[in-house]
Design a protein around this ligand. Structure first.
Ligand code: NAD
Length: 260
């Protein structure tokens, strides 16, 4: 049980992050939600976590492209909830384009959100974890932390980067009872995946059905999407005592994608 622990999950107003926040709250952790969205929809999710699981849930609107807002988010979480014991770096965006047409500002934004924000959150949260002698850092990487696909240069670069950052942090924190791991899902049916279908249709000249069958599920031998709940269950497991010797790993949940 994670009762009396606090988890901060970046990018948790939607998709995988929301699923992870809910799974940790179900184990008894207080949670800090973060991400963008309609204020009333976010408030509904926040209040649902409190009432369903009997924990405290806060929301931070910090923008993961802004190091100052990230540091303030961690400080506020420590102040209001007492600690950040579990840090889940999950916020991420995608952009699909050939390198020579890839907008420079999209490259910078993806590197900032999908990679650098994890450095900034860790930098802010590690001192508290060290002083309490316990911590769990979980980064949502991707099958694209291990293999590439065309037209996703910034995403693949950022995800390979997060896999390396995970290993480095795991080594630095190994004697502090702080584990650092990443989870690498294949295709999970979330707004992020749905939103890239039109761009992939354009980039490759395919129909929606062709993108789903010939691009997305083509990579996944099981021919099924991963679910948010399956990813969230692994995050909850990584927070358990049973997982205390698992550190520096990259756990694939990809229907066999990266076995090929
Ligand atoms: P999603 O679009 O449903 O959720 C992304 C979350 O990040 C949202 O809460 C959004 O508001 C937040 N976000 C975006 N920009 C932000 C910013 N600047 N500051 C703060 N929050 C911001 O997507 P998802 O599929 O749930 O993706 C979550 C993570 O999982 C990402 O890191 C993604 O790369 C990774 N992932 C997704 C898949 C998949 O197939 N869906 C596969 C592998 C990895």
């Amino acid at each position: 049980s994670l009762t009396s622990k606090t988890a901060l999950v970046t990018g948790s107003t939607s998709g995988i992050g929301l699923g992870i926040a809910r799974a940790l709250a179900q184990q008894g952790a207080n949670v800090v939600l973060n991400g963008f969205g309609k204020p009333d929809a976010i408030e509904t999710e926040r209040a649902a976590i409190e009432s369903e699981f009997g924990v405290t849930a806060h929301y931070s609107a910090a923008d993961m492209t802004k190091p100052g807002e990230i540091a303030a988010m961690v400080a506020e979480a420590e102040q209001k909830l007492g600690a950040v014991d579990i840090l889940v770096n999950n916020a991420g965006i995608q952009y699909v384009s050939a390198i020579e047409e890839f907008p420079v500002e999209k490259w910078d934004q993806i590197i900032a959100i999908n990679l650098s924000s994890a450095f900034h959150t860790m930098r802010a949260a590690i001192p508290g974890m060290k002083s309490r002698g316990w911590g769990r850092i979980i980064n949502t990487a991707s099958a694209h932390s291990l293999v590439a696909s065309p037209y996703k240069s910034a995403y693949v670069a950022a995800k390979h980067g997060i896999a390396g950052l995970t290993k480095t942090a795991a080594l630095e924190l190994a004697t502090h009872k702080i584990t650092v791991n990443c989870i690498s899902p294949g295709y999970v049916w979330t707004p992020l995946v749905e939103a890239q279908i039109p761009d992939t249709m354009k980039a490759r000249g395919l129909t929606k059905e062709q993108v789903i069958d010939e691009v997305l599920l083509k990579a996944q031998p099981t021919k099924e999407f991963v679910t948010v709940e399956q990813v969230a269950a692994i995050a909850a497991f990584l927070c358990s005592d049973a997982a205390s010797q698992i550190t520096g790993t990259n756990l694939s949940v990809d229907g066999g994608w990266t076995a090929q």
